[in-house]
Design a protein around this ligand. Structure first.
Ligand SMILES: [Zn+2]
Length: 294
């Protein structure tokens, strides 16, 4: 069964409701027996100080403005502990993925957070964190959130073992550099065939770069009913996207960790979309043998 990191401590009330969805998704996945939940503790803030400007980490630990709140959240101790727990989960899930080939963290990747400050609901960059903590591994971020991974792009310039490939409908300040490539698929005039071509291009880079682990940002804010979405991106296409990624990684024996990334519809619709990603992973990595029930 798929292992997914999650703790009740992942939750704190926020205006974007981006943490409410984590609890709702974990409950739904458990009810369906789709995942085995693995509970992380809190990350040692010194690990975050190795990644970010220590002034940002210090400010966030005590709630000192403006640095503690630039990501767009009101700071509380509960929020701080949620963020620390989620990043511990990110590293724990990476360890599991490297060992078992697949794992998830029921949290976001926080791709807008840059070295000096958080932004766009992202305090610390949980994708770059993996590259920082695994300097001997080549980390490839395949970012399929609707917004460009600008913070991760910045970290790719700082961390030589980090490659970022981001496919988006909204650039969010992403600029290409030596190890960060962005592909914009227009929200109205684009189509899923173009999106699949961009994904295939990402796959080529994954192979050429001799990637040790893929970190897949399975955002659903590109869905056509999302306030940020693309008109042509329906539920079925999202599911096909997820399956393409999982099938590619499995076929090439490249470990993969996936995270939820963005999604801003009402919880009732949103949970189903994120759960579909887990269903796709389950179908690819844990296909039911025809002989099981005989
Ligand atoms: Zn997004």
């Amino acid at each position: 069964m798929l292992k997914a990191c999650y703790s009740d401590r992942y939750f704190a009330p926020t205006k974007s409701k981006s943490m409410e969805k984590l609890t709702a998704i974990a409950l739904d996945l458990t009810a369906r027996s789709l995942v085995e939940l693995i509970e992380p503790k809190l990350i040692d803030p010194d690990l975050l100080r190795q990644l970010h400007n220590p002034a940002l980490v210090d400010a966030f630990m005590v709630g000192e403005r403006p640095l503690a709140t630039l990501q767009g959240f009101v700071w509380t101790e509960q929020l701080r502990d949620a963020v620390l727990c989620i990043h511990a989960g990110q590293l724990l899930a990476t360890e599991i993925a490297l060992k078992e080939g697949i794992a998830a963290n029921i949290a976001q990747g926080f791709h807008h957070a840059s070295y000096d400050y958080g932004s766009g609901y992202c305090t610390f960059n949980g994708l770059a964190l993996i590259a920082q903590q695994y300097p001997d591994k080549r980390i490839f971020v395949l970012d399929c959130d609707q917004h460009g991974g600008n913070g991760t792009a910045e970290f790719a310039e700082l961390l030589p073992n980090l490659f970022n490939f981001t496919i988006f409908g909204l650039r969010f300040g992403h600029c290409d550099n030596e190890r960060s490539i962005g592909r914009l698929i227009p929200r109205v005039s684009g189509n899923f065939t173009e999106y699949q071509q961009a994904l295939e291009e990402g796959f080529e880079h994954i192979l050429n770069w001799e990637t040790d682990i893929i970190i897949y940002q399975a955002g659903v804010d590109c869905h056509q009913l999302d306030p940020f979405g693309s008109a042509w991106f329906d539920t079925e296409s999202l599911y096909r996207r997820d399956k393409m990624v999982f099938e590619f990684a499995k076929r090439h024996h490249i470990p993969l960790l996936f995270v939820l990334a963005g999604g801003y519809q009402e919880l009732s619709q949103l949970v189903a979309l994120h759960v579909n990603t887990f269903i796709a992973a389950d179908e690819v990595y844990f296909p039911r043998s025809a002989s099981v029930n005989t």
